[in-house]
Design a binder for this molecule. Structure first.
Ligand code: SF4
Ligand code: SF4
Length: 278
């Protein structure tokens, strides 16, 4: 028995919206009993893209996070449903029964990922089914099939030979919003975290300082990471958690400099001037 799951590599998503459109194409005006009723023309995004913007001008980073039903192992939607209207199959797919779920609006509110949509006309909660009707034909979900950058990887988590199983076993993935404790079966790579960035300038010439050694140290652990400035004098440390850090700048012929940062949101230091040694 397969245990279906998905890995989403956010760093590979280029926001082309092919997955979004493919999902609409598969489900709009198409019933797949007993798994799903037709998706309405407007207002439902079973595969959605959530824009995440970080930093402030002139240092802004944008990522798009594909979000769909996570087919949770501890699914709040299953618990919220009456009459077993939402159930988890042995292969891990969570299904909203399109007949039993009529009128059960509380199922929409139970999802911590806002992955369920209310169909006003049919009085029905609806969501992604991992394209179960396609899996039965030996196909993969439509969104995965059309993704041109392989940002969506789907397969059997129980089979150690599959890409999804290998990536999840590497322990580099994480759940979106893990505090929800729903045990999702959709795993993410490259979830945006905090960053520290800036530009180093030679104070005596006002030129960009290339090749300056920059060391980031987390004060609570003493753990350090090094990088060096590029030919524009720019540097960055990404993937950071909140906390206190120091950033040390070292360059031959110039005085060293250390900046202390209490990181709560992304931090752009602006221009960091180095003073020439006498
Ligand atoms: S993501 Fe939401 S709809 Fe999907 S299984 Fe989890 S709780 Fe249910
Ligand atoms: S198809 Fe792939 S690259 Fe395009 S928006 Fe969807 S996940 Fe991102």
């Amino acid at each position: 028995m397969a245990k279906w799951g998905m890995v989403i590599d956010i760093t590979k998503c280029n926001a082309c919206y092919s997955c979004f459109i493919a999902c609409k194409d598969e489900y709009w005006d198409n019933d797949y009993p007993p798994y799903s009723a037709a998706q309405p023309r407007h207002g439902q995004f079973w595969m959605d893209l959530v824009k995440k913007e970080r930093g402030v001008c002139p240092c802004v980073k944008v990522a798009y996070i594909p979000v769909l039903c996570m087919h949770c192992d501890n699914a709040p939607c299953v618990k919220a449903a009456k009459n077993r209207a939402v159930y988890k199959r042995p292969d891990g797919i969570v299904i909203i029964d399109p007949k039993k779920a009529v009128g059960q609006r509380q199922i929409v509110d139970a999802c911590p990922y806002q992955a369920i949509f209310w169909n006003e006309e049919k009085q029905l909660p609806q969501k992604c089914t991992f394209c179960v009707q396609r899996l039965e034909q030996g196909k993969i979900p439509k969104c995965v099939q059309v993704c041109p950058s392989r940002a969506l990887i789907f397969g059997d988590l129980a089979d150690a030979r599959t890409d999804v199983a290998k990536i999840v076993a590497s322990r580099k993935t994480e759940a979106l919003d893990p505090g929800r404790k729903a045990k999702p079966r959709v795993y993410y790579l490259g979830v945006p975290k905090l960053f520290i960035a800036g530009s180093v300038v030679y104070g005596d010439t006002d030129e960009c300082a290339e090749g300056v050694s920059v060391t980031l140290t987390k004060q609570s652990t003493g753990k350090s990471t090094k990088t060096s400035t590029n030919n524009f004098g720019d540097f960055e440390f990404d993937g950071l958690g909140a906390g206190k850090y120091s950033v040390k700048f070292e360059c031959n012929g110039y005085k060293g400099k250390t900046v202390a940062i209490d990181l709560k949101t992304d931090k752009y230091l602006g221009a960091v001037d180095l003073t020439k040694r006498r």
